[in-house]
Design a protein around this ligand. Structure first.
Ligand SMILES: [Zn+2]
Length: 485
């Protein structure tokens, strides 16, 4: 051979083969999964079993225990492997009887829902004059005697959930700090048919009195606000039987398809099995639960065993503690280093639009931008498989409550995203029922999720190195050159 020929052979040997784009590698499998998902009503059947058959599922309730047993049984019927319950001690808050009435001018019943974690009122309730504010700054600017002994109504219109929800989280403590006897919070939602929205408030601060807090409807909040603006005195009678009982035992439900080549590497997918104690937890998060289960059922049914282990985790207690998510992350120990991605569906099951990817610097909440960029660039190839479903938007800023503890340990987080057009109209209300779920959109969500998690679990190399590999590489780079030889 001439020198030139030798050079060519050498160049071919050391240049890595061009990596096949994921969409060309996985087009046939994706088409089979999408076809199976779009032609099956099984997810809707399961949603009805869960939401209509069992009901809402607050931590500590017998319904949550029944839902957990139902999900484990369903996973066994689907042929998942290592189906198991993972214990987690969860808060046990109970609502009790509650009602509110405007007594001056009045009388008029108000439609309320006590906030999760709130204390109740004393027996017989509280009657007090109402003061309305539109922000914490306005509350803090009021003279002391305008707040002391009164109920504070936070009438703050919904902008974005993450922004407006702070009035639900901090309202009671901020009102208590000014001497108020109760906090009423305009429901954190964009529209209302006189549907109050419950949800957890932040914990009480030790240095402040614990005052009861409840959500009122948009209609009632506006009415009270209008009356006060006209100079009318408003008094409300509030009675709440809420109590916090000792923590109680609950469980995450886990089942998996064992990887054929790298069984110790894991892709997690799931939603939360608990819900608020009103409505039926259909969009939040019955939908996320059933599409996660359905993704694994279809992958198994089609005989598509992935390279890595694909694990469905249905977290308990997302709504008022996220103890299930903490228990799962803590149970892993060093095995977290083998988690290549954690996918969560907890934004409802309206029309799917895609997935958001997020990575954190280990032990922090700060974004690891280079890892996110690397993941997003590659995941766009998976997105192309979802274009026919309209679910091909691949973006950064991914993250959600139940994958948070894993992300803080360095696992790539992936949030399933839908249009979310009406999600906050229903979420945490008596109206979150299965009729809000469009059966065809539900099938599309199954299809998009099944393709995403199958490719993540099967692709030859993960989107980004899992935390263990990243830590090993960092450690190797730190070692002195002599030690490396
Ligand atoms: Zn949720």
């Amino acid at each position: 051979m001439t020198a030139v020929t030798w050079l060519t052979v050498w160049a071919l040997a050391v240049t890595p083969a061009p990596r096949a784009p994921l969409d060309s590698l996985y087009r046939p499998a994706a088409e089979r999964l999408i076809g199976a998902a779009l032609s099956s009503d099984h997810a809707m059947l399961r949603l009805s079993q869960l939401c209509d058959g069992i009901g809402h599922r607050l931590s500590g309730s017998p319904e949550l225990d029944r839902a957990i047993a139902w999900a484990a049984q369903a996973m066994r019927e689907d042929g998942l492997e290592k189906v198991r319950l993972q214990p987690a001690m969860v808060p046990h808050w109970v609502r009790g009887e509650e009602h509110a009435e405007m007594v001056e001018p009045g009388p008029q019943q108000l439609s309320i829902l006590g906030l999760g974690r709130s204390v109740g009122t004393t027996a017989g309730g509280i009657t007090a004059e109402v003061v309305v504010v539109e922000s914490f700054a306005e509350l803090d600017s009021l003279p002391a005697d305008a707040v002391r002994g009164r109920m504070v109504l936070f009438d703050v219109p919904f902008t974005r959930y993450g922004e407006t929800v702070r009035y639900r989280s901090q309202g009671a403590n901020r009102a208590a700090a000014r001497g108020a006897v109760a906090a009423l919070v305009r429901s954190v939602g964009p529209v209302s048919l006189r549907t109050p929205h419950t949800g957890a408030m932040g914990g009480y601060v030790d240095s402040l009195p614990q005052i009861p807090a409840a959500a009122v409807t948009l209609e009632d909040a506006s009415m009270i606000h209008r009356l006060l603006k006209r100079g009318q005195r408003v008094r409300v009678h509030l009675e709440m039987g809420a109590r916090t009982l000792p923590d109680t035992l609950s469980h995450n439900v886990i089942g998996e398809i064992r990887g054929w080549q790298k069984p110790d590497e894991v892709v997690v997918v799931g939603g939360h099995i608990d819900s608020w104690d009103v409505g039926r937890g259909a969009q939040d998060d019955g939908g996320g639960v059933v599409i996660s289960m359905e993704a694994l059922r279809l992958i198994r049914q089609l005989g598509l065993r992935p390279r890595r282990t694909l694990r469905c985790v249905l977290w308990t207690n997302e709504e008022n503690g996220t103890r299930g998510a903490q228990a799962y992350a803590e149970s892993l120990g060093a095995l977290v280093g083998k988690h290549v991605a954690a996918v969560e569906s907890d934004g409802g099951v309206e029309r799917p639009v895609g997935f958001e990817f997020g990575a954190l610097r280990i032990g922090t909440d700060s974004t690891d931008a280079p890892r996110v960029a690397q993941a997003v660039a590659r995941a766009k190839e998976i997105g192309r498989l979802l274009a026919g479903l309209g679910a091909d938007r691949i973006a950064d800023s991914g993250g959600d409550a139940d994958i948070g503890p894993l992300m803080r340990k360095g696992v790539l987080g992936v949030a399933h995203r839908t249009t979310g057009e009406h999600y906050f109209d229903w979420h945490h209300t008596p109206a979150d029922t299965p009729d809000k779920v469009d059966p065809i959109e539900l099938r599309k969500n199954v299809a998009a999720l099944a393709v995403m998690v199958f490719v993540l679990a099967d692709m030859p190399e993960p989107l980004v190195p899992p935390p263990g590999a990243a830590a090993a590489a960092a450690a190797a780079a730190m070692r002195p050159a002599a030690a490396r030889r």
